[in-house]
Ligand binder design. Structure first.
Ligand SMILES: [Zn+2]
Ligand SMILES: [Zn+2]
Length: 306
């Protein structure tokens, strides 16, 4: 699977302001920028699994483990704690994964990359994305060292330190990196935030990004609007600010967290913000693994209730 890096996207906000200034209609602006909700995406129960794009938010307990598939393109984001490495790998095998085009390590916390070594041991992994850290800010958790070692030892695996503003094509999937915009000693705010587009449908994967990084993305002027939001940091109130949520303006939100977790995730305030905005909420702690399918126009959901 070839991964193509496409040209850097110029920030759309300045362009938008100029267009308004010269009096070109809003409709033209929307057509150019792709921002704004030109139509509502339908989210309905899946009647079939026969849709080209499939995104599995795997129930890994308290953590994140995400599988994205479209044709030959297979992207895995995180995987959960080390002790769910086995079950996560089994899940991937059971749904037919053998090769991973791209493994994205959202950020160096063990509830995200703890299972990475198991993924590398089980599959042919063609590339790994992580974030660059300056020397003094380099993560010291052993899971991060294990991840880099596993990627270095994986034959033919390309390691890429991605940065905000970059764009890639993996098969028919378009990926835009929005964060981290700046370096932070809060490693949640070093989470890779990536928007995936397939046809007219888009997903925003946020890792554990918090309010500081959310504001940096807003300030950078990225077009954040996405149909599905992976709610950051397991629904913690340190994330998903009103300003960020209104910029993303999703139709559906997925929260990945463990039943009865010690952090009280998802926090009541975040659920309230999502409910007030009329967003459909899916949760791995109550719904089990949540699978979204798309034909590039609409979204179909299936809950694997335990
Ligand atoms: Zn974290
Ligand atoms: Zn986390």
């Amino acid at each position: 699977m070839e991964i193509k890096k496409t040209k850097l996207q110029k920030y759309l906000l300045p362009l938008a302001l100029i267009l308004i200034a010269v009096g070109i209609g809003v409709a033209v602006l929307l057509a150019v920028s792709g921002s704004g909700r030109e139509r509502d995406v339908n989210v309905s129960d899946a009647v079939s699994a026969d849709y080209p794009l499939r995104v599995d938010f795997v129930d890994v307990g308290q953590g994140d483990g995400i599988l994205i598939r479209c044709g030959d393109s297979v992207i895995v984001i995180d995987g959960g704690e080390p002790d769910v490495g086995g079950p996560f790998v089994s899940y991937l095998k059971n749904v037919g994964v053998s090769t991973v085009s791209c493994y994205i390590a959202s950020h160096p916390h063990v509830d995200h990359i703890g299972a990475a070594a198991a993924v590398f041991a089980a599959f042919d992994v063609q590339s790994m994305w992580t974030t660059a850290f300056s020397e003094l800010n380099t993560p010291t958790v052993s899971a991060y060292e294990d991840l880099l070692t596993a990627a270095a030892n994986e034959p033919g695996c390309e390691v890429r330190f991605v940065a905000a503003g970059e764009e890639y094509d993996i098969g028919e999937l378009h990926l835009q990196i929005f964060a981290p915009v700046t370096e932070s000693t809060n490693h949640n705010d070093m989470s890779i935030v990536v928007r995936l587009t397939y046809g007219d449908v888009s997903f925003l994967f946020t890792g554990d990004t918090e309010a500081g990084s959310e504001q940096a993305m807003l300030d950078a002027g990225f077009s954040l609007r996405s149909d599905v939001l992976k709610v950051a940091h397991h629904g913690s109130s340190s994330s998903t600010t009103e300003a960020f949520l209104s910029a993303v303006d999703p139709a559906a939100a997925v929260i990945s967290c463990g039943t009865g977790n010690a952090y009280g995730h998802p926090h009541r305030e975040v659920l309230q913000r999502l409910e007030d905005a009329g967003i459909s909420i899916y949760r791995t702690d109550t719904d089990g693994s949540v699978i979204l399918f798309s034909d590039g126009k609409d979204l179909f959901v299936r809950r694997m209730v335990r």
